[in-house]
Design a protein around this ligand. Structure first.
Ligand SMILES: Cc1ncc(COP(=O)(O)O)c(C=O)c1O
Length: 346
């Protein structure tokens, strides 16, 4: 059976161009800094984001972990959102591996962290009882608040707050190019206020593996050692970096297609009175929704029934579901999913 997989944009497959680029990639030993394709990808990413240097890492999780470890010593504190991926879905790595203290503040409905909450979270540096506040982490797009594109104005405000309080600012920009496309701003402008950013090549941009961490030269040099420590020094990694270069060259602008299809999906779901869109969906490539109280299906039954119709989606709980549009989701896939909703919920 053929499935349309709406669970995540992480399920995308590499394009034909990527496979060709991978097959013919020039490679070397990247741990020695000798892989020309990795070097080219890192330079391209840094240039696009207006940062000094880039570092190719295995995943968004590794990028965020290396960034936090480069910014914070053991016992220092990183402030992040309760809906942030680094808090929710990175296996507590910053604490487990790095001894970094996590201090959460609630995400607002628009994905931001309120400046007053950040202010309240600050530690008293002179009190030896307290950990030292060191870092703020924001996310753009903010996944679990609805795939929200976070504005440049807000990013500037948090950066000003961070600098006023001697804190560093890291951006989990796993889907920063979705924000770039939605806001119509150059990436370098949108991320100019942050000290470091991780973005993913392997989500909407369709590369099979990898993320890039960007920042200034001193930070990347520290991060490079930490990546090695974590086992992320990959040798002839140009094979996968080659797909990343195609991702940056060819797959950024087309994210607008994913946003259009998310809007098409939302439009269709609005006509189904058994479905209630939540989180102001869609804001980029994600749709969140709940089912009407009158629907007698458990979560498992609903997901199972949709799967039988060839549609895969995700339980983002409690009582809420997520669908994500991406390069492997065509107009026909959206139409098929709307038909499946009608059938399963009738
Ligand atoms: C917002 C966000 N940050 C980080 C990650 C981690 O990326 P990876 O799965 O490559 O570790 C994800 C993955 O879905 C994500 O959605």
């Amino acid at each position: 059976m053929q499935y349309f997989d709406f669970r995540s944009d992480t399920t995308t497959h590499p394009t034909e161009k990527m496979r060709q680029a991978m097959a013919s990639a020039q490679v070397g030993d990247d741990v020695y800094g000798e892989d020309p394709t990795v070097n080219a990808l890192e330079q391209k990413a840094a240039d696009m984001l207006g940062k000094e240097q880039g570092l190719f890492v295995t995943s968004g999780t590794m990028g965020n972990l290396v960034a936090v470890l480069a910014h914070c010593a053991r016992g220092e504190e990183a402030i992040m959102g309760t809906q942030g991926h680094t808090f929710l879905h990175e296996a507590g790595g910053v604490s487990a591996v790095g001894g970094v203290v996590i201090h959460t503040v609630p995400n607002q409905a628009d994905g931001t962290l309120a400046l007053q909450d950040l202010q309240n979270a600050l530690r008293n540096t002179d009190d030896i009882h307290e950990p030292v506040s060191k870092l703020v982490i924001i996310e753009n797009t903010q996944n679990f608040c609805g795939g929200v594109p976070i504005s440049l104005e807000y990013t500037e405000q948090v950066a000003a707050f961070a600098s006023e309080h001697n804190l560093l600012l890291h951006l989990d920009g796993a889907r920063i190019f979705n924000a770039v496309v939605a806001l119509g701003l150059p990436a370098s402008k949108l991320v100019a206020p942050v000290d470091s950013i991780t973005f993913c090549l392997s989500k909407g941009l369709c590369a099979p593996v990898g993320s890039v961490l960007c920042g200034d030269a001193a930070f990347i040099s520290k991060a490079r050692r930490l990546r090695k420590m974590l086992g992320g020094g990959m040798r002839q990694a140009g094979i996968i970096a080659a797909a990343g270069i195609v991702a940056l060259d060819e797959m950024v602008d087309r994210l607008a297609e994913d946003h259009r299809r998310a809007a098409m999906l939302a439009e269709g779901l609005r006509t189904n009175n058994k479905v209630h869109l939540t989180k102001n969906s869609p804001q980029t490539n994600m749709i969140f929704f709940t089912l009407d109280e009158s629907v007698p299906l458990s979560v498992g039954e609903f997901l199972g029934a949709m799967k039988q119709e060839g549609i895969l989606l995700m339980d983002s709980g409690p009582g809420e579901y997520r669908m994500v549009t991406h390069n492997d989701i065509s107009d026909r896939a959206v139409e098929a999913s709307l038909e499946a909703f009608r059938k399963v919920l009738s």
